[in-house]
Design a protein around this ligand. Structure first.
Ligand code: NCD
Ligand code: ZN
Length: 352
């Protein structure tokens, strides 16, 4: 493939990190994702969180009802459970038997709806050991939460304080370092020694490939560019883009699209989360094209995630064309509205 094409065809991608919420808003956000992706890993940070197989099954049924109402037959939600200090070994075994694809570690207080998260990983040792034994991945929100650690350092500190000790203790546990934002995380995942086993990977969002932290403060405060982990300096964006476009199968697509109503973002204490699902593939294409690496998009978007999760690759294809598309200023979200990433701007790539 030439590296300046105007049309690219790829095996249909999956989104390995997605928030679709619940109730009224779920249908609107599901429609955007299902237009582009065959499958998505559904994050469990509802209120209350999805901590058991029974809760996940009920959530999956609500998702399916919305897909039915939309007339979508070609999209599969992949369910996760929210790890807590009290997650039992029995729940891990039940999860494995039920086809749950992973447990999500939210350090308590790290992000949206993480109050019920893990206070200290030492409480989870038995559950984590069981996960290692049955091959159940741990999906981590990789930030420490101490108020005395600078918000821009929380991910880098997490690597030394939590991730590396955890991998020493449980070297065969499959870990996905979610939505990485720093050079330290990209290099840690790239260089991790695994003895040839698929035990570590990372997802990367479109916003962290396309923007640095200046975007949060461009001409005034920009709440729609605020997410967690927060955007970092340009050197980190460059390192993430290099990792994503390197062809290294440890890095794959996870949008972390995280809808919050317009009013909840444009507020005195605005929520964290960018809504990228509207044209996530176009955003990724733009990022890959910026470094002349469109030929590496298919591996990142369509192969490496399913390989890591030992799920079959998709067989249908999708086509992206270099045809400018306007991103609306806002979109309906249940009975309210949402402002998508790059609202009111034009982006170069669209899905056919
Ligand atoms: C996510 C959300 O809103 O659920 N927010 C975010 O900024 N990414 C939670 C998360 O993934 O941290
Ligand atoms: Zn997330």
């Amino acid at each position: 493939m030439s590296n300046s094409p105007t049309k690219i065809q790829l095996i249909q991608p999956d989104d390995w990190h997605l928030h679709i919420r619940d109730g009224e808003v779920m249908k609107d956000v599901l429609a955007d994702t299902a237009r582009q992706f065959a499958r998505a890993i559904i994050m469990p940070n509802l209120k209350p969180p999805v901590t058991t197989v029974d809760l996940a099954k009920a959530y999956q049924e609500r998702i399916q009802a919305n897909l039915n109402a939309l007339g979508v037959t070609s999209f599969t939600p992949l369910m996760t459970l929210y790890l807590t200090d009290n997650t039992s070994v029995d729940e891990v075994h039940k999860a494995k038997a039920a086809g749950i694809v992973g447990f999500k570690l939210y350090p308590a207080g790290a992000t949206t709806n993480s109050d019920a998260g893990v206070s200290d990983l030492k409480h989870c040792h038995a559950a984590l050991e069981a996960m290692q034994a049955v091959g159940m991945p741990l999906l981590v929100h990789g930030e420490v939460t101490h108020a005395d650690i600078d918000i821009f350092d929380r991910e880098a500190v997490f690597i030394d304080a939590v991730l590396e000790p955890l991998r020493k203790k449980l070297p065969e546990l499959k870990i996905v370092f979610e939505h990485i934002t720093t050079k330290q995380a990209a290099h840690y995942v790239r260089d991790a020694v695994t003895g040839g086993k698929n035990t570590i990977a990372a997802t990367i969002t479109p916003q962290h490939l396309l923007m640095n932290r200046n975007a949060i403060f461009a001409g005034g405060i920009r709440p729609h560019n605020y997410c967690l982990p927060v955007l970092k300096r340009e050197e980190h964006r460059v390192a993430l883009l290099e990792a994503a476009t390197s062809g290294n199968s440890r890095f794959f697509l996870g949008t972390d699209s995280a809808p919050h109503a317009k009013g909840a973002k444009e507020a005195a204490c605005g929520c964290a989360g960018c809504y990228s699902a509207f044209n996530a593939l176009g955003l990724y294409a733009e990022a890959f094209e910026s470094v002349g690496k469109l030929d590496k998009l298919e591996g990142f978007a369509s192969f490496f995630g399913s390989d890591f999760y030992t799920l079959p690759r998709n067989s249908k294809t999708v086509t992206l064309v270099k045809q400018p598309q306007s991103i609306p200023a806002q979109l309906p979200l249940g009975d309210t509205t949402i402002v998508p990433l790059r609202a009111g701007e034009t982006i170069a790539w669209s899905l056919v």
